[in-house]
Design a protein around this ligand. Structure first.
Ligand SMILES: Nc1ncnc2c1ncn2[C@@H]1O[C@H](COP(=O)(O)OP(=O)(O)OP(=O)(O)O)[C@@H](O)[C@H]1O
Ligand SMILES: [Mg+2]
Length: 378
């Protein structure tokens, strides 16, 4: 259940300075802080090793510390971050990611160490009893329900997209060239049609401020190496198939989704990687190395996936969806086009604000989607 709706969405975290936590990055949606290595972290991690379901975890996994992965209520569409957000979006999406990480944990290890506020604060540099009451309350308001403590990984610089249906940029490319990410696809398919088999169609992982780009499998192999590519493809397809079957039992079509993977050291004699995108990625050991893939980031949320209602599904046209399409359509209706990222026509530079009714409509779609999938409808 969600806590009562707060008056304001959490647009940006500002953690009490007494904690002295380093802000590692502020993405479109997430604020990420470094949690330094400590005895507490090591002990806590050790206590979790027994719960790993056979996954090979070692204390060394957190020797370089961990990350506080906080989903704010920011929302972006067409790479525009709105000036106002969607209250509790970060909580909804964290609930859903946590659900999927658990559900799919037997396919591939993932970065989640804990999603419990009480557990998370027990590994921060300052213990609750050492904080002032107001710092503690402040921390609780900002973190609870929207934060995961995660393992640091070296991010694999592709977005692992899997498509089960012909829609979005894949439909545009297909109409023009009968291909999807340069892969030939059978002729005479119609918009929103189910593909004969789910397709693994990676894209580049753009740096901040840049756009992801659809690329061919061949290009992706060049970027990350063939062996790692094959492994990521195999895992991504397995994750998609399991998730799509589950979603169908809840009345939802998982049309497509995007996974992110990191690499973690899997053998004792190799030192651990560092967090964040590594510009020297290609000079790192290839697929034969001692690095193992780790599922990271958010998982199968409406921000990273297209979910359609199964009821009323009819190919040949766009489908109503639980993702940001509703918001994107509203932006376009209000004059959005490329080049107007910093504000609507005539108000360039002022930024984009979601109208109240549209914000509520977007929120309802998130609530509905998360409720259907996790059985915690509000
Ligand atoms: N375990 C991890 N270790 C290191 N980096 C991670 C880990 N999990 C996720 N990340 C990175 O953290 C960032 C998450 O931030 P966020 O999703 O807000 O930003 P973004 O990806 O720029 O935006 P968007 O998701 O809207 O494209 C991503 O760059 C992701 O690759
Ligand atoms: Mg992201």
């Amino acid at each position: 259940m969600l806590p009562p709706l707060p008056p304001q969405p959490l647009l940006q975290t500002s953690l009490p300075t007494s904690l002295n936590l380093e802000l590692v990055s502020r993405g479109k949606v997430r604020d990420i802080y470094n949690v330094p290595f400590s005895e507490d972290l090591a002990k806590f991690y050790a206590s979790k090793l027994g719960e790993s379901g056979g996954i090979d975890l070692k204390i060394r996994d957190v020797e370089q510390g961990a990350l506080l992965f906080i989903a704010t209520d920011r929302i972006s569409a067409y790479d525009v971050i709105f000036k106002n957000g969607i209250s509790q979006k970060g909580i909804l999406l964290t609930q859903l990611s946590a659900f999927w990480f658990k559900e799919l944990g037997d396919i591939v290890p993932n970065h989640v160490i804990s999603t419990s506020f009480e557990e998370i604060i027990s590994v921060l540099p300052l213990h609750p009893e050492e904080m002032t009451q107001s710092d503690y309350e402040d921390l609780k308001t900002q973190l609870k329900g929207r934060t995961m403590l995660v393992r640091k990984a070296r991010v694999i610089p592709i977005e692992a997209i899997v498509r089960g249906y012909l829609t979005g940029s894949a439909w545009s490319e297909y109409k023009a060239h009968s291909t999807v990410h340069s892969i030939p696809v059978p002729p005479n398919l119609i918009e929103s049609q189910k593909l004969p088999e789910p397709l693994f169609t990676p894209s580049t992982k753009a740096d901040i401020g840049m756009h992801d780009e659809n690329i061919s499998p061949q290009r992706a192999r060049e970027i990350i190496g063939t062996e790692l590519y094959d492994r990521v493809e195999e895992i991504s397809l397995a994750l998609y198939k399991r998730a799509a079957s589950y979603a169908e039992t809840k009345g939802l079509i998982l049309a497509d989704t995007k996974f992110e993977f990191g690499l973690v050291d899997s053998e004792p004699e190799v030192s651990s990687g560092t967090a964040g995108s590594d510009p020297n990625f290609r000079s790192q050991p290839d697929g034969k190395s001692k690095w193992a893939p780790l599922l990271i980031d958010e998982l199968l949320t409406p921000d990273s996936s297209r979910y359609w209602p199964l009821e009323g599904y009819q190919p040949g046209k766009p489908q109503p969806s639980f993702d940001k399409q509703y918001l994107r359509d509203w932006m376009v209706m209000n004059g959005f086009k490329k080049g107007l990222e910093s504000g609507p026509p005539g108000k360039d530079g002022e930024g984009w604000f979601i109208a109240a009714g549209i914000g509520e409509g977007t929120r309802q779609r998130y609530v509905d989607c998360v409720g259907r999938l996790t059985g915690t409808a509000n």
